[in-house]
Design a protein around this ligand. Structure first.
Ligand code: SAM
Length: 294
């Protein structure tokens, strides 16, 4: 018998919920949420709004990043008693830049059935309409919020050949695009997908330089944002691989000449490219220079 024709079997149901438009809930998600014994949710108030809208009275309990460990053990005990637990996050798919992965792993390890109930996910929703290559992509999630860490994080993706999908907060999108220009160059194609499935849904498509300038002109940027950056073309991947193999001295000369950087900025860039601190890169440069001098 199919699941649809039977009553809900015991297990953990990982249920996608809308990322804005309530019409994006599936019939199956409504049935599972309505017939589960309990719904574990990231924010009970947020989920209650959804349940209220669809007249669902299933009891809820909170499961979020601050109680994941303790609540995970409690949820596991309920699952082992044969309960049907639905897991939801505030929006989209649980476990995708949201709590969920840990309870899924616990349940699998305990031999409990884990059933995905698919639906909206901002990353793939944005990708489907972005117009960038979709044959392969890398889901990156949120980049680090600290500027230095974010810069190095993006630098490390410089040669990534597939479309990259990021989540980003509206107040950080301009600084992140700034860092993306430093890492990928102003000509790399980018798509900013804002407020997907909502009234003010917007796609900004262009080069990093163009989209950075367009957003920088806005007084205030609101709403939820998924950022997609095209992968490196084969020539860029090859040049990044060459850069990594070059001596620091020759990379330094190249950056000074091609990008007009002064010695200090070029060295900072090289340190980021190679995952070194500035002083390590400087020491390595000194070693190279002393090896070459007679
Ligand atoms: N689990 C969710 C999913 O499946 O998409 C993602 C949760 S993550 C905490 C929230 C981030 O997803 C937001 O900060 C934003 O970057 C992105 N996001 C969520 N809803 C969105 C929307 N309607 N439009 C664009 N991006 C969205």
């Amino acid at each position: 018998m199919t699941e649809a024709a039977s009553s809900l079997a015991p297990g953990l149901y990982v249920v996608a919920t809308p990322i804005g438009n309530l019409e994006d809930i599936t019939l199956r998600a409504l049935r599972v949420l309505g017939s589960a014994d309990r719904i574990a949710c990231e924010d009970t108030r947020q989920t209650q709004k959804l349940l209220h809208h669809f007249n669902i009275a299933t009891p809820v309990l909170s499961y979020h990043q601050h109680n994941e460990r303790q609540r995970g053990a409690e949820l596991l005990a309920l699952l082992q008693q044969g309960q049907r637990i639905a897991l939801v996050s505030d929006a989209g798919l649980p476990g995708i830049s949201d709590p969920g992965a840990e309870i899924v792993q616990l349940a699998i390890a305990a031999g409990i059935s884990v059933v995905p109930i698919p639906g909206a996910c901002a990353a793939v929703t944005a990708l489907a309409a972005a117009g960038l290559d979709t044959t392969r992509f890398l889901f990156v999630g949120f980049p680090p919020s600290r500027p230095g860490e974010r810069r190095s994080f993006l630098e490390a993706l410089r040669a990534e050949p597939t479309t990259m999908v990021f989540y980003e907060a509206p107040h950080r999108i301009v600084p992140t695009l700034d860092d993306a220009i430093a890492a990928f160059g102003a000509e790399r194609r980018v798509v900013v997908a804002r407020e997907l499935t909502k009234i003010h849904e917007e796609f900004l498509r262009g080069t990093l330089g163009e989209i950075h300038a367009a957003l920088n002109r806005r007084e205030l940027i609101r709403g939820e944002i998924t950022l997609l950056i095209a992968g490196a073309c084969p020539a860029e991947t090859a040049s990044a691989a060459n850069a990594a193999q070059q001596s620091i001295q020759s990379r330094l000369a190249e950056l000074k000449k091609l990008e007009n950087l002064d010695e200090m900025d070029a060295l900072k860039r090289i340190a980021r490219e190679r995952g070194l601190s500035k002083s390590e890169a400087y020491r390595e440069l000194q070693r190279e220079r002393s090896r070459k001098s007679p």
